[in-house]
Every structure is written in structure tokens, then in C-alpha cells.
Write a protein that binds this ligand. Structure first.
Ligand code: SAH
Length: 435
């Protein structure tokens, strides 16, 4: 089929003896180009649709991606057949040159393709996986299949793939902020790949910030470790052996654990024997992406009561029932143990986080400080008072006749939580903007 026809040309062209095979080949090439262009346009269309609605986008993106893939596949097969017929040398110079590029691009493409299929997976898992296995069988079970003649993505295609991943990240992010912690654990158990996609996006978000909150926490450990454990200004340790036991709740990839291990190992090398510090970090999250992590819903982690001295929530108050996580921290902490929280500023309805601090105080913590100096997140420190201080405070409130008032406030908080989970009114979901 000719792309366009000018009367008389076909006849001439057909009769040109110099290279009718070449002419055919040229025509085929042109056709392929046009089809590739169409496939691209469909992808662009899908990206545009994303601007209006993420959910719609998932559908559009998947359809467009499938069509585009099908066309590319057909082209690739056609091209492969042509090449076979012509017994072309297995690898041209150009192909060889672009091999490195291809490998990395295929990675992007592969994950983006996976991404385009994911949201539907929950409802219609069969269709997408069928296609994937069909593609796999084409290449005869190669574990990391070089898709037949898959072309390197153009810059525009790569940009679109990045957009697709961005949309996927925002979609998963929104899920985690709008469901209970129990459902989040279920979701990641069923679709563990969502966790990886989430963290790809999360990592790139945090990299664009002036400071990563994990680094700020590491600095806190660094600074406070200059003083003896349990001394004023020093880190809190267990009363008997001064062991610093940290629970990193919603640890992500457990960066905190890694950094603290390295830091204390280095610091201990240089310290005198009596100054050496023993620090252990327990890291909890919904997926075990490395050996430092224990899978658990952070409302209920497998550690005994009073066994920790610092509990950290670094951007991890995600489930709608996040006050349950704070109650869990209270259970885990030894008296004088500390609760460290960093949360995105935009989550606080009152900007300063005063209402948030009050809720945590009602759950039994004493507020130590709020650090508002960072542009993206606010950092809070609380501690669990020892029993004698609790008694003392109670007596003081009773003298001032305020004890009943506080008890009533606690009840009110629970009543409010029963009506609507705190994820709906105390902290807003963190919504990342399109970039
Ligand atoms: N603290 C890490 C990761 C922050 S992202 C850091 O700052 O780098 C928030 C993390 O909380 C995600 O990894 C998410 O999986 C985890 N998370 C959210 N709800 C959770 C729950 N109920 N139980 C365990 N982890 C949870």
C-alpha cells in the first residue's frame, strides 16, 4: 500500500528495474514510521488525559500502551521477517552502539509497562498477564528477554514514561493515605510491586527537597551521642544497660538503620571503652525490601512493652488510623523514651500542628519541642513520662480541678475518632503535585 499516490508514478516505479525490492523495503519502512508515529500519538493522548483525571488516566494509558505495544510488536516481527529474508548480518554497527542505551531504556519501559497494567490488575488481572506471557514466549523463555527488535525510546517517549510513573506514584500514595493501616498491609501483601513503585516515586520526591528528614534524624543521633546516654541532652537508653533501642516505624528502605549502624560503628572505633554506645534499630514496614526490615502493620509490631528508647515516624503516619501508631509507640517506649515524628507541613490544617500536638499529648506523651525550620516538613519530639511524673501531674491537675477536664478531652478525642478516622480531620493526606 502506498502512502500517497500520484497518477502514473506507481506504474513507473514498478517498472524501475534497478531495485524494486529496495523500493518495497523503503515503503515498508515508511509504513512502520507512520505506525510508530500513531502509537506515539496515542501515548501522548493518554498523558494528556492524565491531566484531568488520574483514574481515567490509568485506563487510557493502559489502552494506549497496549495498542502501541501491539503495533510495535507487529512492526518488530515484520522487520525481523524482512531481515531474515534478506539474511542481514545479525548486528549492525548502529544496533551495537545503541545496545547500552537500550538496556537502560528497556528497564524504564518494562517498569512503565508494568505500571500501566497495575491498576486494572486488581479488577482484571488475566488480560494484562496473558499479554505479558505471550510476549515472553516469543523469545523462548529468555529470563531477561530482549524484546524482539524493541526500539530505544525517544526522548519524548521517555518523558511520557516518567509521567506515567509519576501518576502511578501519586495514585499509590493517595491509596496509602486514605485507607486504614490494616488495608494497606493487605494491599501490599497482594501487590508487593506497588511498594517498589511507591518508593521509586518517593525517592525522587525527597531528592528534590533541600533536606531529607532521615538525615535530620541521623544528625540528631550524632549530636546527642556526644553526651552520655541518659544524661541531660544525651540519647535515651534502657535503664539497666543503657542500650539505645530504636524502632523505625514505616522505615521505607530502612535507611535510618543503615546510617545509624555505620555511624555508631565508626564512633565506637574512636571512643574509649566506657564511652562506647550500643544502638540497635528495629525497622518496620509493609514490605521486606531488605534484611533490615520486619514486615508489620505499625499499629502492632512484634516487640515487647517498654523495650524501646526512641520510636521514629519519619513521614510514616499514613493510615487513616495513625493515632493507633502513636498508641503503639507509647506501649513500646520505656519511661523517658522519646517519640520522634517528621511530617509534611501541608498535612497540618492549622500549619503549626498544634491540634496534632494536643492529640498526642492526650494519648499520654509530653511535648518536648517542635522544629519548624525546615521548608518541607515539621519535626516533633515527645517523651513518655515515667510513672512518678504521671502521678505528680495527675495530683497537680486534681488540685487545679482540671483532671476531669483532661479526661473528658480524651474521651472526646475517641468519640471524634469513632465518627471519622483522624486521617480525615487531624492530618490531611499528603498530596504530591505533578512535576
Ligand atoms: N521513613 C521512610 C519512608 C517514608 S514513606 C523515609 O523517610 O525514608 C512512608 C512509609 O510508611 C512507606 O514505606 C509505607 O509503606 C510505610 N507505611 C505506611 N503505613 C504503614 C503501616 N501501617 N505499617 C507499616 N508501614 C507503613
Amino acid at each position: 500500500m502506498a502512502l500517497f499516490e500520484v497518477e502514473g508514478w506507481n506504474i513507473k516505479a514498478n517498472n524501475v528495474s534497478y531495485d524494486s525490492a529496495n523500493a518495497k523495503k523503503e515503503n515498508k519502512k515508511k509504513e512502520r514510521k507512520v505506525r510508530a508515529k500513531r502509537a506515539n500519538e496515542r501515548r501522548i493522548e493518554a498523558i494528556k488525559n492524565a491531566e484531568s483525571d488520574d483514574e481515567d488516566f490509568q485506563e487510557h494509558a493502559e489502552e494506549a500502551e497496549e495498542q502501541a505495544r501491539a503495533e510495535e510488536q507487529a512492526q518488530a516481527e515484520e522487520q525481523a521477517q524482512d531481515e531474515e529474508r534478506e539474511s542481514v548480518a545479525p548486528e549492525t554497527e548502529e544496533q551495537a552502539q545503541s545496545e547500552d542505551r537500550k538496556t537502560s531504556i528497556q528497564k524504564v519501559e518494562k517498569s512503565a509497562k508494568k505500571k500501566a497494567n497495575e491498576p486494572k490488575k486488581a479488577n482484571e488481572p488475566k488480560k494484562a498477564s496473558k499479554k505479558r506471557s505471550a510476549e515472553k514466549s516469543e523469545v523462548g523463555g529468555d529470563p531477561e528477554p530482549a524484546q524482539p527488535a524493541k526500539k530505544p525510546l525517544t526522548a519524548l517517549q521517555q518523558k511520557m514514561m516518567a509521567k506515567l510513573s509519576g501518576s502511578r506514584f501519586r495514585w499509590i500514595n493517595e491509596q496509602l493515605y486514605t485507607i486504614s493501616s490494616e488495608s494497606a498491609l493487605e494491599l501490599i501483601k497482594k501487590q508487593p510491586e506497588l511498594f517498589d513503585e511507591y518508593h521509586d516515586g518517593f525517592r525522587s520526591q525527597v531528592q528534590s527537597w533541600p533536606e531529607n528528614p532521615v538525615d535530620v534524624f541521623v544528625d540528631q543521633f550524632r549530636m546527642r551521642s556526644k553526651k552520655p546516654v541518659n544524661a541531660p541532652g544525651g540519647l535515651p537508653g534502657l535503664p539497666n544497660d543503657k542500650k539505645i533501642v530504636v524502632a523505625d516505624m514505616g522505615c521505607g528502605e530502612a535507611q535510618l538503620s543503615l546510617e545509624l549502624r555505620n555511624f555508631f560503628a565508626e564512633a565506637n572505633k574512636k571512643s574509649k571503652r566506657y564511652q562506647k554506645k550500643n544502638c540497635v534499630v528495629h525497622s518496620f514496614d509493609l514490605k521486606k525490601v531488605n534484611n533490615r526490615i520486619t514486615v508489620a502493620d505499625i499499629r502492632n509490631v512484634p516487640l515487647p512493652d517498654g523495650s524501646c528508647t526512641v520510636v521514629v515516624f519519619c513521614l510514616a503516619l499514613m493510615g487513616t488510623n495513625f493515632l493507633d501508631f502513636i498508641k503503639e509507640a507509647y506501649r513500646l517506649l520505656a519511661p523517658r523514651g522519646e517519640l520522634w515524628i517528621a511530617e509534611i507541613k501541608s498535612r497540618f490544617a492549622d500549619r503549626e500542628g498544634e491540634e496534632f500536638v494536643n492529640a498526642i499529648k492526650l494519648l499520654g506523651f509530653f511535648h518536648k519541642k517542635t522544629d519548624d525550620t525546615n521548608k518541607m516538613f515539621t519535626r516533633f519530639e515527645f517523651f513518655k513520662p515515667p510513672q512518678d511524673i504521671i502521678e505528680e501531674r495527675k495530683a497537680k491537675l486534681e488540685r487545679k480541678q482540671r483532671f476531669v477536664e483532661v479526661e473528658t478531652e480524651k474521651e472526646e478525642l475517641e468519640t471524634k475518632r469513632n465518627k471519622a478516622p483522624e486521617g480525615k480531620w487531624l492530618l490531611k493526606p499528603c498530596i504530591y503535585k505533578r512535576r
